[in-house]
Write a new protein. Structure first.
Length: 81
């Protein structure tokens, strides 16, 4: 029973991290200067390259997090079912 609870906690963490990354991705796509407003710096001098790099990294984060969550879910189902 303890093993399945640990698997479940890991699954929840992976799903939440993927969801946070997805929200940040949507925020960056819709409101691309939020980084400059929040941190009061402009590292890419207005070119938008930082925002595109962040979007690419966030897409990767979402994909990896949810892929790991899917694998964890399958392990959880196999252990309980």
């Amino acid at each position: 029973m303890q093993k399945t609870q640990a698997l479940r906690a890991r699954f929840i963490v992976e799903v939440v991290l993927g969801a946070v990354a997805l929200v940040l991705l949507a925020l960056t796509l819709v409101w691309n200067d939020w980084i400059e407003l929040l941190f009061r710096i402009d590292p890419d001098a207005g070119s938008g390259s930082l925002e595109w790099a962040i979007c690419i990294a966030l897409i990767g984060s979402v994909a990896v997090s949810w892929w790991l969550a899917r694998a964890e879910w399958q392990r959880f189902q196999a252990a309980t079912g």
